[in-house]
Structure formats: structure tokens, C-alpha cells
Ligand binder design. Structure first.
Ligand SMILES: [Zn+2]
Length: 214
């Protein structure tokens, strides 16, 4: 049913959406919608669908990029695009106050289509942090993707690489960007990861979508 034919007292879809996203600022409007939905099965159903959609979207936004997906993308990318894998192993004696020290080794990198190796050929031990690299020559950036999220505990939220770049922040899906650089410069380098408990301070869905679109 189009917006034009909806019952006069039903809130518009936009209002319902904003309500579901907890983005309606006027308390009065929020209360009106809450009361209305209780007595209007059509709006209640709409709202149920919206909640279901946002639940899926929310889950998808936090899904880490899998090695197989990057392998797939690289096969279809132009030759200028380079991809690779940094394996970082902990060096606790070098830890700083806010960052845990890891020594990064470039385990694999491929340019063009000359490589028979792919990311899915690698395995990581539990104490290692894997960072998959994917260059974006068009935007002069390298995208970083954490190999996988730490289960339950804490996950890297910030990466510092003294002498190479100041810092970069990982989003909830474990993705970050750094200025375009030769992957070799990342080899044998001391990196500092700041860790954060995953459950704490999850930003609002609208902000997370906006972050993804930047
Ligand atoms: Zn209604």
C-alpha cells in the first residue's frame, strides 16, 4: 500500500524507521508511535519487519572479511592491485602502556596474476594476529582486514606503526585503512595493537552505517 493510501493516523514509514533506530528525538512523537502500534496491526507488522531487517544489517556490518573473499576479489582486480598477509606475533617485552607489541612478517604478497599462493593457504595460531592487505591505488590507500575476530574476548581496535604511520582504527568488522605503501615496508616491523573488549560501547546502527560509507 502506498504512503498516499495509508490510514490518516498511521505514522509514515520514515517515522517508523526513525523510531526503530532510536533516532526520534521528540519524546512526544515516540510516545504517540508506541501507543499507535499497539492498536494497529499493520504498523506493528511494518515495525517487526524493520526490526528484523536492522538485526540482519547490524550482524552483517560486523562480519569480518574472510580470506576467501579477498582471494576472489583479487582474481578480478586489475594488475595494479596488490594483496597480501601480515602475520604478527606477540613480543610482550616490547609492550607499551597502551599498545601490545607485535612483530609483523609479510608472509605473502601477490601482484598481478603471477602467484599460485592465496590467503586461504595460510593458517594462524591463536596468539598471532593476521592482517590481510589489499591495496587501492585509485585512492592511494591500503585496506587492512583482521584475519578474524577474537572469540569472546578482546580484539584489536587501533594499530600504530612508528615510523610508518601514526595510527589507524579498525571498525567493528575489523577493517581499517592506511596510506598507500609498499608492502615490503611493513615487513619485519614492530606494530602496536590496542585491544578493546568487543561488547563495550557499541555505536548506534545509523553511525555504523555512515562509517561504512565513508
Ligand atoms: Zn498504523
Amino acid at each position: 500500500m502506498s504512503e498516499r493510501h495509508r490510514k490518516v493516523d498511521c505514522p509514515g514509514t520514515r517515522e517508523l524507521e526513525l523510531y526503530c533506530l532510536d533516532e526520534l528525538t521528540a519524546a512526544e512523537t515516540r510516545e504517540q508511535i508506541k501507543v499507535h502500534v499497539k492498536s494497529c496491526p499493520r504498523c506493528a507488522r511494518k515495525m517487526q519487519n524493520l526490526y528484523a531487517f536492522y538485526a540482519i544489517l547490524s550482524e552483517e556490518l560486523e562480519r569480518p572479511v574472510r580470506p576467501g573473499l579477498l582471494d576472489f576479489c583479487k582474481k578480478r582486480a586489475c594488475n595494479k592491485v596488490k594483496y597480501g598477509l601480515l602475520i604478527c606475533r606477540p613480543i610482550p617485552e616490547k609492550d607499551r602502556q597502551r599498545g601490545k607489541a607485535y612483530l609483523a612478517t609479510l608472509a605473502f604478497s601477490a601482484n598481478g596474476d603471477g602467484s599460485k599462493t592465496s590467503l586461504t593457504d595460510f593458517n594462524l595460531s591463536r596468539d598471532q594476529i593476521g592482517v590481510m592487505l589489499y591495496s587501492d591505488p585509485l585512492h592511494n590507500e591500503v585496506s587492512l582486514f583482521l584475519w578474524s575476530k577474537a572469540e569472546g574476548g578482546s580484539a584489536p581496535c587501533r594499530l600504530e606503526a612508528p615510523g610508518l604511520f601514526e595510527k589507524t582504527d579498525f571498525n567493528l568488522a575489523g577493517a581499517a585503512k592506511i596510506p598507500l605503501t609498499n608492502f615490503e615496508y611493513l615487513n619485519n616491523r614492530l606494530l602496536y595493537f590496542s585491544m578493546k573488549k568487543r561488547a563495550a560501547g557499541r555505536p548506534k546502527l545509523v553511525n555504523r552505517v555512515q562509517e561504512m560509507l565513508l
